[in-house]
Design a protein around this ligand. Structure first.
Ligand SMILES: NC(=O)c1ccc[n+]([C@@H]2O[C@H](COP(=O)([O-])OP(=O)(O)OC[C@H]3O[C@@H](n4cnc5c(N)ncnc54)[C@H](OP(=O)(O)O)[C@@H]3O)[C@@H](O)[C@H]2O)c1
Length: 267
């Protein structure tokens, strides 16, 4: 069992807590949940998955891994208090977007830091997380974090922290792009006379089926597109509309804007 404390138990913090418990990497006796929002703290109490406290205190000293899952803008308000508590043998795992290892190390005056970028499908153990480790992190600490992250989906170790901004743009924000496209397709179905339930079933099953086909096929993405599209047909009519609005390049531009924003937030 690993002793884990999670500071900030919103979307991601809860997803982590539930996954660690589900895969029996922690027990409710070895999991501490630090949540300042009273309503959220009450929800956590009801879940009965760990000890819930309202603020950081010396109790944290007995946890080997401290996960910081507050919003990046809330970090400065906890960093001083946290740095006063941290023991040299503890590891801090930060999932906050845009806060660099250098900044974390300096603000926490702590050598062992892992910075990770997860995404929300972690809530159903289907997430993907890329992470980097500070030079003061031991192999044993990295292995433990890997074990924790693997309960939330797949994980990728990065040598180059500079790539985390691109990861943020591609997979961190990625679920929102997917939902955006799904919503637009459902709206199109409704405008063609379907009710919400029918449009939703057709679109969601199409997305899921296409994902599985993509993963189980030897064909490239271009070949898979070609297998649906016939000359002068319906798919071509839709894809031509995408091309006319330069959608492919616009998507690339959008993700580059997300990457630029991540870089800006890191400053
Ligand atoms: N959501 C995503 O898709 C995603 C993906 C990758 C990375 N991340 C990163 O994950 C982190 C958490 O995101 P989230 O979506 O889970 O945010 P969230 O739902 O807002 O959760 C953060 C929680 O931390 C609480 N909190 C704030 N200050 C605290 C403190 N001093 N002590 C204890 N708890 C405190 C907040 O309470 P209040 O509501 O009262 O402030 C809130 O309940 C962010 O840094 C984000 O960059 C998120």
């Amino acid at each position: 069992m690993i002793n884990v404390a999670i500071i900030g138990c919103g979307n991601m913090g809860i997803a982590y807590a539930k996954s660690f418990i589900k895969y029996e990497i922690v027990t409710k006796q070895t999991l501490l949940l630090v949540e300042k929002n009273e309503n959220q703290a009450q929800e956590l109490q009801k879940m009965n998955i760990g000890q819930v406290v309202g603020q950081i205190d010396a109790t944290l000293k007995s946890y080997e891994i401290i996960i910081v899952a507050v919003k990046p803008q809330d970090f400065s308000s906890i960093s001083e208090q946290l740095s006063g508590i941290l023991e040299p043998k503890q590891l801090v795992l930060s999932i906050m977007a845009g806060i660099t290892i250098e900044k974390l190390t300096n603000m926490l005056h702590h050598p062992s830091i892992i910075r990770a970028m997860p995404n929300t499908p972690a809530q159903v153990s289907m997430g993907v997380t890329a992470y980097v480790a500070s030079s003061g992190t031991t192999l044993e600490q990295i292995r433990k974090v890997e074990k924790l992250l693997s309960t939330t989906g797949r994980e990728i170790f990065l040598e180059d922290e500079g790539l985390l901004d691109a990861v943020t743009a591609v997979s961190g924000s990625g679920p929102a792009y997917f939902y955006y496209f799904v919503r637009a397709m459902i709206d199109a179905g409704k405008q063609m006379g379907m009710d919400e339930a029918m449009a939703s079933l057709l679109v969601k099953q199409t997305m899921m089926g296409s994902y599985h086909l993509m993963n189980n096929s030897d064909k490239s993405l271009d070949e898979l597109i070609a297998s649906v599209k016939s000359k002068g047909g319906t798919t071509e009519a839709a894809l031509n509309t995408f091309e006319q609005s330069d959608m492919h390049n616009n998507i690339i531009k959008a993700l580059k804007n997300a990457e630029a924003r991540a870089k800006e937030l890191s400053k």
